[in-house]
Design a binder for this molecule. Structure first.
Ligand code: HEM
Length: 164
């Protein structure tokens, strides 16, 4: 029989997990679950770039690409670096929503962003605290490009209990 019970983290507890929040933000930057979107202007308009658009035009933009652009995220844009989300004081550095676009920005921004972060932290903290998770060697981890970004061949892992 297990001496230590399986531990589920609470909402209050996970709000203090600054590094986990940074790691999740970094994952969502590199792998936005909604990888691209499309919008249409209601009336003719001109972009800052000089491109003219009218209501017949469908504008496609890639959140996946925006999360990996050098001029937005710097030379190390392709690296997984949770520390980019931490301030010098060790608190979360909040990036403007027009820079970190994984939840979109403006009037149609995701209404569930805070709920999503809380759920992700509760699940991740509970799994990481209770189990050691190791990706199976040789397993190819590749994104599948579709309306929702998911892992092409799944994520094959070996799970072992941390405590017994
Ligand atoms: C990691 C998780 C999530 C991601 C990456 C995400 C991303 C997004 C994105 C990109 C949009 C904009 C869609 C568009 O402009 O067409 C959106 C909209 C929305 N999301 Fe989320 N979402 C997440 C979780 C959630 C959760 C948990 C909820 C509810 C509790 C939620 C509720 C909504 C709603 C209601 C909208 C529509 C807002 C509107 O059109 O005014 N989302 N989400």
């Amino acid at each position: 029989m297990d001496l230590i019970e399986w531990r589920l983290f609470g909402v209050e507890e996970v709000s203090k997990l600054v590094y986990l929040h940074s790691a999740l933000s970094e994952s969502l930057r590199l792998y936005p679950p909604v990888p691209f979107q499309h919008k249409e202007p209601r009336k003719p308009d001109t972009f800052p770039s000089g491109h003219c658009v009218d209501p017949n035009v469908k504008i496609l933009f890639s959140l996946y690409a925006i999360g990996r652009m050098k001029f937005i995220w710097g030379e190390d844009c392709m690296e997984f670096k949770p520390k980019r989300w931490l301030s010098e004081r060790g608190t979360i550095k909040h990036e403007p929503s027009y820079k970190f676009l994984s939840f979109n920005a403006g009037p149609r921004t995701c209404l569930g962003k805070e709920v999503a972060f809380t759920q992700l932290k509760v699940v991740a903290a509970s799994i990481i605290h209770n189990y050691h998770v190791q990706v199976v060697e040789g397993h190819t981890v590749a994104p599948n490009v579709s309306i929702i970004l998911y892992i092409k061949h799944g994520l094959k892992v070996q799970v072992t209990k941390r405590w017994s």
